[in-house]
Design a protein around this ligand. Structure first.
Ligand SMILES: [Zn+2]
Ligand SMILES: [Zn+2]
Length: 120
């Protein structure tokens, strides 16, 4: 009976220890993940390609109808299309260089830097 009590206490202590270790390990890895996440985001901005920003066209990649042709139909449907330059009117910086300011502001808000000038 006495042995059992000692064993039970031991088991309890172990459980608490393991639990505490798991907690520490958990919070440690969380911090590490956060740090990595930040550096990944920073690298994304620096990358010309594969990031969230389409450097060639000066718009966020997910809005870039020149890269993602599946967006074309939606822009055309909305009547937002420059036939002359074959791109969304709202992204046609040839017709309206001022339009780039809106996208540039998004870039600046996210990165704190001025975006590179679009190539096309
Ligand atoms: Zn693009
Ligand atoms: Zn145009």
């Amino acid at each position: 009976m006495k042995m059992n009590w000692i064993l039970a206490t031991r088991a309890f202590t172990l459980t608490v220890l393991v639990g505490a270790l798991a907690l520490v390990g958990c919070s440690k890895s969380e911090t590490a993940t956060e740090g990595t996440g930040e550096s990944v985001a920073a690298t994304d901005v620096d990358n010309s390609h594969g990031g969230w920003w389409c450097v060639e066209h000066g718009v966020p990649e997910e809005e870039c109808a020149l890269c993602d042709k599946s967006l074309v139909a939606k822009f055309k449907e909305d009547g937002d299309w420059c036939k002359e330059h074959d791109r969304p009117e709202s992204q046609c910086f040839i017709c309206g260089p001022k339009r780039f300011d809106k996208f540039a502001a998004v870039y600046e808000a996210k990165t704190g830097r001025k975006p590179p000038q679009p190539e096309e």
